[in-house]
Write a protein that binds this ligand. Structure first.
Ligand code: UDP
Length: 329
């Protein structure tokens, strides 16, 4: 299939592009390079530097490349920033996505794969989280993702759009060959920050909150390998053949790890001591988030290859060790 990957130079998008090639598809990448890295995409892949909120540019790419399906990874994803600068989040994550969907419909492209998030659940009333739990985001980031989910449902009903929306838990790790990996600026994610604290590239890791009602007092999260995430997206393609299909899937391993467990795992993988500072809670952090992703496993045949967080961290470490400055751009 000819697939347009928007945000294909970003962290999850660039891993997905490689998995698409491995699965025999033809990815075309569109990225505005605000957060993406040109060198995360192999030079053989068609690449367009354009903005998803620009319907003329998107329409031209859809027609020129005979695109059948669009995958959309291009979002702002800093929870704290979404609270202080919600305009930016509504503009990019919602309004620009709406423009993109309009451009698709105007050009007869009706298959869509969307990156949603477990942040749409807010503070879940039960764990592990199943897709049918109420969604009540506690920050504008999660809200904009939920707004798009609702828009997709209406568009499926009214216009025959077929979509799969994936609610990610904590994407982590890097390509197994160490060639691409996580490089955010600023970096806020736990695993890359702990690795940098271990190597001394950054200050000691701050543990945000040690008084949560969890076994060791620190937050529990569900870390899932970026290549496992990518494979689930591709497994959904065949379900989107019929018109008006709307699918929602959680993607996580279902195994919670605390912040302290992540620090220990990084020490075990790297052989380095991680300097730690205990700090206050970060605003907006629920104590525990982990997935029941049996729906994706059953319906898509999704297999989780990386079930152990140490193995996920080992791939991240390989990338960080070889590329201490990320993509260097
Ligand atoms: N965290 C931490 N110190 C850091 C960064 C993150 O203690 O410097 C904690 C954070 O409070 C959360 C977990 O690590 O409980 C995962 O945070 P991350 O930002 O990686 O992902 P999120 O769960 O916010 O999507």
């Amino acid at each position: 299939m000819d697939v347009l990957v928007i945000g294909g130079a970003g962290y999850i998008g660039s891993h997905c592009v490689r998995q698409l090639v491995a699965a025999g598809h033809r990815p075309v990448v569109m990225d505005n390079l605000v957060f993406g890295h040109r060198s995360a995409v192999s030079p053989e892949i068609p690449f367009y530097e354009a903005d998803l909120g620009d319907p003329a540019a998107v329409g031209e790419i859809l027609r020129k490349e005979s695109i059948e399906l669009v995958m959309h990874f291009a979002a702002f994803a800093y929870v704290g920033e979404s609270v202080t600068e919600p305009r930016k989040y509504y503009e990019n994550n919602f309004v620009a996505t709406l423009r993109l969907l309009e451009a698709m419909l105007d050009n007869g492209v009706k298959k869509f794969v969307f990156s949603s998030t477990c942040a749409t659940y807010g503070e879940p009333e039960r764990l592990p989280i199943v897709e049918s739990l109420p969604q009540a985001p506690i920050n504008p980031y999660g809200q904009t993702k939920l707004d798009v989910e609702n828009c997709l449902k209406a568009f499926a009903h009214a216009y025959g759009l077929s979509f799969a929306a994936f609610r990610y838990f904590n994407a982590a790790g890097a390509a197994e060959d160490g060639s691409i990996g996580e490089d955010h600026s600023p970096e806020t994610h736990l695993i890359p920050l702990v690795i940098d604290a271990a190597t001394g590239r950054r200050e000691p890791i701050k543990i945000f909150g040690t008084d949560y009602d969890t076994p060791d007092g620190t937050c529990l999260r569900d870390y899932v390998h970026v290549d496992d995430l990518s494979r689930a997206h591709i497994a959904a393609f065949e379900k989107l053949e019929a018109p008006g299909v709307g699918l929602f899937y959680n993607l996580g391993t279902g195994r919670p790890n605390s912040v302290r467990e992540i620090i220990k795992a990084v020490e075990a993988v790297t052989g380095l001591k991680v300097p730690v500072v205990e700090d206050v809670r970060r605003a907006g952090d629920p104590p525990a988030l982990y997935a029941d992703s049996s729906k994706a496993q059953k319906e898509l045949g999704w297999e989780i290859k990386f079930t152990e967080v140490k193995d996920i961290i080992a791939t991240a470490w390989r990338w960080h060790e070889a590329n201490p400055n990320g993509f260097g751009d």
